[in-house]
Design a protein around this ligand. Structure first.
Ligand SMILES: Nc1ncnc2c1ncn2[C@@H]1O[C@H](COP(=O)(O)OP(=O)(O)OP(=O)(O)O)[C@@H](O)[C@H]1O
Ligand SMILES: [Mg+2]
Length: 231
């Protein structure tokens, strides 16, 4: 398995102890798209952040492409995040006073084997807007820049936490079909959190989280093109 999560647990102590992850198991093959569905507070982002090496688990293991992420030291985690993982968030997190191209180069400049900025900008359909600032773009365009920034390092794993959470239907379709294109064009394994079960049709594997556990796993044999998703 490309991604393998075993018996992952995580609790927070804020006076009272909250068990956020109660023994999560999840597996994905290389090159797949996976979707995590589930109610607010069920632990989706916590799980994704541990997989991405930005949060730590109490027990259990995460393995990505044969490397055990749980158990890496701080220096190794920095390396893992820099080389292997791309992140896309609901609210783009672009640097406002850098242009589109500069936002991408911030990442490619510190990556070992980055793609060309222009190639990535063409892939997301924003080559002709590379010298604009984020405020001069629509929400959907800003999200496409954040996807470009996440994929320019050519990560093995792209983690998306509600990438269409702030977008309308038509714009969401554009962003989702871009993610599908990244998946096929670059072979990037993608794990995406969403509240929208309609999106599950474009994923090879669908994980339904409930109260800190994976309550259901579904594999789709036929994938829906993102452009066709209705909700
Ligand atoms: N730093 C923290 N300290 C204490 N509790 C936390 C912390 N981070 C998250 N939690 C709690 O962990 C639970 C799961 O949070 P998480 O963000 O993983 O949920 P989620 O499924 O992503 O929800 P949403 O769909 O609203 O984004 C929540 O009850 C939340 O309050
Ligand atoms: Mg969340």
């Amino acid at each position: 398995m490309f991604l393998s999560v075993s018996n992952l647990t995580k609790s927070y102590n804020t006076g009272i102890i909250t068990h956020v992850l109660k023994g999560v198991n999840l597996e994905m093959k290389r090159g797949q798209i996976g979707v995590i569905l589930g109610p607010s507070g069920s632990g989706k982002s916590t799980l994704m952040n541990i997989i991405g090496g930005v949060d730590s688990a109490d027990s259990g293991t995460v393995e990505v492409d044969g490397e055990r992420i749980t158990g890496l030291n701080d220096k190794q985690l920095v390396e893992y995040r820099r080389e292997s993982v791309g992140f896309v968030f609901q609210f783009y997190n672009l640097v406002p006073n850098l242009t589109v191209a500069e936002n991408i180069e911030v990442v490619s400049n510190i990556s070992r084997n980055p793609l060309q900025t222009d190639e990535v900008l063409s892939a997301v359909g924003l080559f002709n807007k590379k010298n604009r600032f984020p405020r001069e773009l629509s929400g959907g365009e800003q999200q496409r820049v954040s996807i470009a920034r996440a994929i320019v390092k050519n990560p093995k794993l792209l983690l998306c936490d509600e990438p269409t959470g702030a977008l309308d239907l038509e714009t969401s379709r554009g962003v989702l079909s871009l993610l599908q294109k990244v998946n096929t064009q670059f072979g990037t394994t993608i794990l995406m959190i969403t509240h929208n079960s309609a999106i599950a049709g474009m994923a090879h594997a669908v994980f339904r989280m409930r109260d800190g556990e994976i309550a259901e796993v579904r594999q789709n044999s036929e994938l829906i093109q993102a452009e066709r998703i209705e909700w």
